[in-house]
Design a protein around this ligand. Structure first.
Ligand SMILES: Cc1cc2nc3c(=O)[nH]c(=O)nc-3n(C[C@H](O)[C@H](O)[C@H](O)COP(=O)(O)O)c2cc1C
Length: 189
């Protein structure tokens, strides 16, 4: 199973989240994971084409995925969409932002729409929301209560070594594992 994670990160926080998604993928035996930052400029389109699943990640900037991530989306039109090269691949998404809410949902919706336009099969989170009762805490899995994809929040005055917090990174890892398990389930026996 080849799973690619293509993501943007201006200051390293979303990169940390991407690494956790990769960690989750590796929890499933027989997976090979490739982390691809869009900032490197050269997108290895052949790697994406050879992948069973592609996970999309971006910080939420101005209420949507970053401009660099959007550039990747637009470039994929010629590289993949024209010939529907990603049809029936598994897809999922994650985003990170400074505010607790920060309009992150809009970024995930953009990614899910993008995946749908490519004919991909979107996988969300099957987690109950965390931190939603009097006994809950920020240390709960899915503490930001998202279903469409994994969300993380990074304090604006802390670097990627300190934020996002462990529960957000664990939520990202959970998504990675779920993507890998879904690919496995879809493979012919
Ligand atoms: C141009 C810009 C726009 C931003 N817009 C938002 C936003 O809409 N909502 C939010 O909560 N945080 C916003 N932020 C904060 C970032 O999402 C936050 O700093 C995040 O951790 C950055 O991730 P990165 O280190 O991977 O780039 C913005 C930051 C920048 C630089």
């Amino acid at each position: 199973m080849q799973i690619s994670i293509i993501y943007d990160s201006g200051y390293g926080h979303t990169a940390k989240q991407a690494q956790s998604v990769a960690e989750g993928v590796r929890r499933v035996e027989g997976t090979e994971v490739r982390l691809i930052p869009v900032s490197e400029g050269h997108i290895p389109w052949e790697v994406l084409e050879a992948s069973d699943a592609i996970v999309f990640g971006s910080p939420t900037y101005s209420g949507s995925p970053s401009a660099r991530f959007k550039q990747f989306c637009e470039d994929s039109t010629k590289a993949a969409w024209n010939q529907m090269k990603w049809r029936n691949k598994v897809a999922a998404g994650f985003t990170n932002s400074g505010a607790q809410n920060g309009d992150k949902l809009n970024s995930l919706i953009s990614m899910a729409l993008f995946a749908a336009q490519h004919g991909m099969l979107w996988v969300g989170l099957d987690l109950k929301p965390g931190n939603d009762t009097s006994r809950g805490s920020v240390h709960d899995l899915n503490r930001l209560g998202s279903w469409l994809g994994a969300m993380a929040q990074s304090n604006g005055d802390q670097g990627p070594d300190d934020t996002p917090i462990k529960s957000d990174l664990e939520t990202a890892a959970y998504l990675g594992q779920r993507v890998a398990e879904t690919v496995r389930r879809l493979q012919p026996t």
